[in-house]
Design a binder for this molecule. Structure first.
Ligand code: SF4
Length: 320
């Protein structure tokens, strides 16, 4: 197997104050190989975004990695000095968020932000950086890149800002793109454009992508492998085909049943009853037990372990 680009080992991330510690990512393990697209799925509050922020070492002040490792090409990023991490971010690992305004600086023009990153990471001249910025802006669908470079972020629509973010994330040709709900806030046409563009970039490079989403339609289109998270833990992981054809965890089945699919008729959607318990309020035993239609006494008494049920397909459920 080719060397993994990213290895996440026994990662545990907590929110901490003087009085208590809440575990929001609880001992997760996974890896991403070259040119692989791994989707991290689950409802809001499952720990997906905290996982991506842990990988990027961009956790909020009140959170920290309590245990585990995040290895990029073998180097552990946990505890890495800010200066070292800043060299990796943008150049080797890039991230795009659901709301691009979180990463665009409102008082700098698009051009200043785009070329600053290119000059810093690639060491090229200002003129060369402008040329590269224009190339990327054109690739993400701006026919007049020089005009867009002069604009401030607030003058662009949400879809335009997301495409600028993608240009910025891709301009240094990273190995790994972390895309956290990148299309959730976009209308369907722009969403399709952004996904097409990511697919194109995947074809022409060895880039790997960690796609964080609650949208199983996006997963089916983009991912090679899927990790389903629930209440801070991985509950199922397998290749994308097996996940859609033979889901094994009741939570995954619930997610699939609550996703619209067109098959001539509009199928009846069955939502999952209840909601994800907040960190610190997990029930004993299986964390999904209160919402699971199959729950038995053993589920409430014993926490299930993540185990390989068939080769390459791991499930955290007593009944799998
Ligand atoms: Fe449902 Fe029990 Fe499996 Fe948990 S362990 S998902 S409660 S069947």
């Amino acid at each position: 197997m080719p060397e993994a680009i990213l290895e996440v080992k026994s990662l545990r991330t907590v929110f901490k104050d003087k009085h208590k510690e809440l575990t929001v990512v609880d001992g997760i393990d996974f890896e991403i190989g070259p040119n692989e697209v791994v989707a991290l799925v689950g409802e809001s509050g499952c720990g997906k975004s905290m996982t991506s922020l842990s990988i990027m070492q961009l956790l909020p002040r009140s959170a920290e990695i309590a245990e585990g490792e995040v290895r990029y090409r073998g180097r552990n990023l946990v505890g890495m000095k800010n200066k070292e991490m800043a060299k990796l971010r943008g150049r080797h690992i890039s991230m795009i968020f659901q709301e691009p305004m979180t990463s665009l600086n409102p008082v700098l023009t698009i051009g200043m932000q785009l070329t600053e990153s290119i000059i810093r990471h690639l060491g090229v001249s200002k003129v060369e950086a402008d040329t590269r910025a224009d190339e990327w802006l054109k690739r993400v669908g701006f026919p007049e890149p020089a005009r867009i470079r002069r604009e401030f972020p607030h003058r662009l629509s949400g879809g335009m800002r997301q495409r600028v973010m993608l240009a910025m994330a891709m301009s240094c040709r990273p190995d790994l793109l972390i895309a956290d709900e990148p299309t959730t806030a976009l209308d369907v046409t722009i969403q399709a454009q952004v996904l097409d563009l990511i697919r194109e970039l995947l074809k022409e490079s060895d880039m790997s992508v960690l796609f964080i989403t609650h949208d199983l339609g996006v997963v089916a289109e983009m991912a090679t492998r899927v990790i389903v998270m629930y209440a801070g833990q991985i509950v199922e992981t397998t290749d994308v085909r097996s996940l859609f054809q033979k889901p094994m965890h009741p939570y995954t089945k619930g997610l699939l049943n609550s996703t619209p699919r067109m098959k001539g008729d509009i199928e009846k959607l069955i939502p999952i009853a209840g909601s994800v318990p907040p960190a610190g309020m997990y029930p004993p035993g299986c964390r999904f037990a209160d919402r699971c239609p199959l729950a038995e006494a053993v589920c409430r008494a014993e926490a299930p372990q993540l185990r390989e049920v068939v080769p390459g397909h791991r499930v955290r459920c007593h009944l799998a």
